[in-house]
Design a protein around this ligand. Structure first.
Ligand code: AMP
Length: 295
């Protein structure tokens, strides 16, 4: 399964991506995490990225595209992946489509985690992370018992450098201007699905998992690209394996046909309905004439 998780900063897509990694056993590639690691390690790439990140602006496309290309080429990515925080604008989305088309592995789903802007502001500016164990708090929604100290390990809580109010406003503005247009981009491709990103993490995860499974089931049934529908369920483990094996073995033609059939299905149904509607009056007249003749 090849998925893009879309959502504004603070929508919780990173948290959901991590849960999806556990459930479906596929890797998550987060450009934000990769960039933060590069900044922390003081690499050339990190030095290039830091100024843009601190200002809440996007890092140059060629930098993130290089990072993603490298990750998608790893053996890990062969069975699918979750992209989190990438693409962030239309040129990145087009470059991703081109990259995946070259290897005949198109994206299957763009899943938008939708959250209102006021909630996003509080989530981001209120976020604090324990520098020792990584536990996450929020001063508005889930504060620690002692301000600034982690409940779990007593470590010091840190405020991410790009979570201050000015940078957060910039990040949300950049999202509206550059990333939100991706919603229409993937809608036009028929790949967009939306989950509301409010409520408990587990409820949101359930909504997301349901969407993923509904989207993948028809493709998995004909052997296209879903490596493990429910790896956690032992009863289904063998059939999931069979599906994965079938997907690998399926000749390209069959795969193309299946995808075409899936795309054509709604159109066919509409055509049939229109035809039936057009034919209806004629049929009624014929029937009436026949009845009259009989009399
Ligand atoms: P995130 O953790 O995804 O919110 O990313 C943090 C910061 O990293 C963003 O505000 C950007 O400066 C940068 N960044 C992350 N992903 C991308 C991307 N795909 N394109 C450009 N910049 C990015």
């Amino acid at each position: 399964m090849r998925i893009v998780l879309l959502g504004a900063p603070g929508s919780g897509k990173g948290t959901q991506a991590k849960l999806l990694v556990e459930k479906y056993k596929i890797p998550q590639f987060s450009t934000g995490d990769l960039l933060r690691a590069a900044v922390a390690a003081g690499t050339e790439l990190g030095k290039k990225a830091k100024a843009a990140m601190d200002a809440g602006q996007l890092v140059a496309d060629d930098v993130v595209l290089g990072m993603i290309q490298e990750r998608l080429a790893t053996p890990d990515a062969k069975g699918g992946f979750i992209l989190d925080g990438f693409p962030r604008n239309i040129p990145q989305a087009q470059a991703l489509d081109a990259m995946l088309a070259r290897v005949g592995q198109p994206l299957q789903l763009a899943l938008l985690v939708d959250v209102d802007i006021e909630v996003l502001m509080k989530r981001l500016t209120g976020r604090r992370t324990c520098g020792t164990c990584g536990a996450i708090y929020n001063v508005y929604y889930t504060p620690s018992k002692v301000p600034g100290k982690c409940d779990k390990c007593g470590g010091t809580l840190q405020h991410r450098s790009d979570d201050n109010e000015t940078t957060v406003r910039n990040r949300l503005k950049v999202y509206e201007e550059q990333t939100a247009p991706l919603v229409s981009y993937y809608k036009a491709q028929g790949k967009l699905r939306t989950a509301r990103g409010v409520g408990s993490i587990s409820d949101i995860f359930k909504a997301i998992s349901d969407i993923i499974e509904a989207q993948m089931r028809p493709l998995a049934a004909v052997g296209v690209g879903m490596s493990a529908a429910k790896p956690a369920a032992p009863a289904k483990a063998s059939s999931a394996k069979t599906v994965a094996a079938a997907a690998k073995a399926a000749p390209k033609k069959a795969v193309k046909k299946a995808v075409k059939a899936k795309k054509a299905a709604p159109k066919k149904a509409v055509k049939k309905a229109v035809k039936a509607k057009k034919a209806a009056p004629k049929k009624a007249v014929k029937k009436a004439v026949k009845a009259k003749k009989k009399k």
